[in-house]
Design a binder for this molecule. Structure first.
Ligand SMILES: *[C@@H]1O[C@H](CO)[C@@H](O)[C@H](O)[C@H]1NC(C)=O
Ligand SMILES: *[C@@H]1O[C@H](CO)[C@@H](O)[C@H](O)[C@H]1NC(C)=O
Ligand SMILES: *[C@@H]1O[C@H](CO)[C@@H](O)[C@H](O)[C@H]1NC(C)=O
Ligand SMILES: *[C@@H]1O[C@H](CO)[C@@H](O)[C@H](O)[C@H]1NC(C)=O
Length: 216
């Protein structure tokens, strides 16, 4: 299972650079949109978690070394996408559920702790989990992006997002954890890897890279 998880990690960090944006002058990005799980969540899990789910990162020492207060990040400071935003001179992304009237033209963070690559209905229907999952999968985060898209731009993806950086991941670890905790063998867990990887690949291809010439 460790090997399967390692593979998932390697495959699920898909950074989608729109290359025609890179080649048209500025090497920089003008916005950053992120989807993922607890590795980069900036507060969505704290907002989504029902009262019965224990939340521990909404209080100190979380957030204390950089923000001076807990932000809902699973870190005492910044998470990876914060450093990427800083490198490109972009604002640190807010969690998408924090304030729906915010101006998202420079980006937003859709990630939610515990998010899966496969829809949560699948785990509930097949009785792989015995509790109600938070509806936070990759496809749900994509729906949120599609809802917001018209507020950013009404033109095609290529015209609107040619200098946008989409950070998709990590996804997959929570899927493998649910399967492992459901008592699946390593062989059985491995059999889900293609499904997980396909969901991630389809998400990136269909939603973001329709007009991109390559992925990095
Ligand atoms: C939400 O965003 C709007 C627009 O940027 C701002 O006017 C408002 O004060 C924000 N609300 C909160 C609670 O931060
Ligand atoms: C949102 O911000 C962008 C740039 O930061 C600005 O050009 C745009 O006018 C803003 N939109 C609204 C509705 O305030
Ligand atoms: C999760 O949310 C999506 C909308 O993004 C909805 O279509 C789906 O039915 C929801 N699933 C569950 C299990 O609530
Ligand atoms: C896109 O169109 C919708 C509906 O006509 C409108 O509400 C929205 O403000 C438009 N977005 C931009 C960025 O112009």
């Amino acid at each position: 299972v460790l090997a399967a998880m390692g593979l998932a990690l390697a495959l699920s960090f898909l950074l989608c650079f729109c290359l025609h944006g890179l080649s048209s002058g500025s090497p920089y990005f003008t916005s950053l949109f992120t989807l993922g799980d607890s590795y980069i969540d900036a507060g969505n899990f704290v907002i989504m978690a029902p009262p019965a789910v224990p939340v521990w990162h909404d209080r100190p020492p979380y957030g204390m070394t950089f923000f001076g207060r807990p932000t809902g990040r699973l870190s005492d400071g910044r998470v990876t996408v914060d450093f990427i935003a800083e490198q490109f001179g972009l604002p640190l992304l807010r969690a998408s559920l924090l304030n729906r009237s915010d101006n998202v033209s420079r980006g937003i963070n859709f990630a939610v702790g515990g998010a899966t690559a496969i829809d949560v209905d699948f785990y509930e229907r097949s009785k792989l989990v015995q509790f109600k999952l938070i509806n936070n999968s990759l496809n749900v985060q994509l729906d949120w992006f599609e809802e917001l898209r018209p507020t950013i731009c009404n033109k095609t993806v290529g015209e609107c997002f040619s200098k946008a950086l989409f950070f998709v991941g990590e996804f997959g670890v929570n899927d493998y954890n649910f399967l492992w905790n459901a008592g699946k063998t390593e062989h059985e867990v491995r059999s889900y890897v293609p499904k997980v990887v396909k969901n991630i690949a389809v998400a990136v291809e269909v939603h973001y890279c329709a007009t991109c010439s390559a992925w990095i």
